[in-house]
Design a protein around this ligand. Structure first.
Ligand SMILES: NC(=O)c1ccc[n+]([C@@H]2O[C@H](COP(=O)([O-])OP(=O)(O)OC[C@H]3O[C@@H](n4cnc5c(N)ncnc54)[C@H](OP(=O)(O)O)[C@@H]3O)[C@@H](O)[C@H]2O)c1
Length: 238
């Protein structure tokens, strides 16, 4: 998809990767970027092409209002994500529910809400789901979160034929660790949000169904293609 001239909406746009995606979209020539966040006052409007929007992806009435306000979207980037559920033996059911509520149900509900808008773009609309390398193989210290990203990956695949029939592409982004609040306490090499955002947009421009936007993700994608078992073992040993 051509980023230049597109009308994008990014969820979770107030910090971390979402904020970097908004800046990268503006730099790449998007005509308009709806920067959606639970608290619209937390959005730094990066130029006149950025439009702040209130959107908690778990609140149906806010999704409906966002669809009304952003009826010209051609590129929907589901970036909002939650990480509450760590070790599957010690996490609480509430923590697992919280990750599934945002990472799975929120993502799907936003896509369903925006379908009529995306259909109007007649063949030039794209949905992008920001998942994680943990969607392809569990990272046991974040086992509950990994399960939610695996479910979101499965839903991405389930949507692909139905959306294709409506002229809408759907892409999955599978990043490695990013230097954001989400993994502040994890000691491991991380890619900057700006570099991840650039890799993500390059993957969208190439229309890749699976986008590996950073060097670690590229390395892990090679391992995944070679052997899913080796991929699983590599994550288990981190
Ligand atoms: N950081 C990593 O290592 C990493 C690696 C792979 C994939 N990812 C994925 O990348 C995406 C961005 O994560 P990040 O690293 O930028 O994390 P972050 O710094 O923790 O930011 C998370 C963003 O999601 C928003 N959010 C959470 N729940 C929401 C909801 N129900 N409705 C709307 N917005 C919500 C947050 O808004 P508030 O400010 O209101 O909380 C915040 O803007 C996520 O999908 C994450 O799973 C991250």
């Amino acid at each position: 998809m051509k980023i230049e001239g597109s009308v994008a909406l990014v969820t979770g746009a107030n910090r971390g990767l979402g904020k970097a995606i908004v800046s990268a979209l503006v730099q790449a020539g998007a005509a308009k970027v709806y920067a959606a966040a639970r608290d619209a006052s937390s959005i730094s409007a990066d130029g006149s092409r950025v439009v702040p929007l209130v959107l908690d992806t778990t609140r149906p009435e806010q999704i409906a209002a966002a669809v009304k306000q952003a009826g010209d979207v051609t590129l929907l980037i589901n970036n909002a994500g939650a990480l509450n559920a760590h070790n599957v033996l010690t996490m609480s059911p509430a923590e697992l529910d919280a990750d599934f509520r945002t990472n799975v149900h929120g993502t799907l509900d936003v896509i369903k809400g925006f379908l009529p808008v995306l259909e109007r773009a007649s063949g030039s609309a794209t949905v992008v789901n920001v998942l994680s390398l943990a969607a392809l193989g569990s990272f046991p210290p974040l086992g509950g979160y990994s399960a939610s990203k695996a479910a979101a990956y499965s839903i991405t695949q389930a949507l692909r034929p139905a959306l294709k029939a409506k002229g809408i592409d759907i892409l999955a982004v599978l990043p490695g660790p990013i230097d954001t609040d989400m993994v502040r306490t994890l000691q491991m090499p991380k890619t900057s949000p700006a570099d991840t955002a650039r890799g993500l947009l390059a993957g969208i421009a190439r229309g890749e169904e699976e986008i590996f936007p950073d060097p670690m993700a590229e390395q892990m994608s090679a391992l995944w293609n070679k052997s899913h078992k080796e991929y699983e073992r590599a994550f288990a040993s981190f």
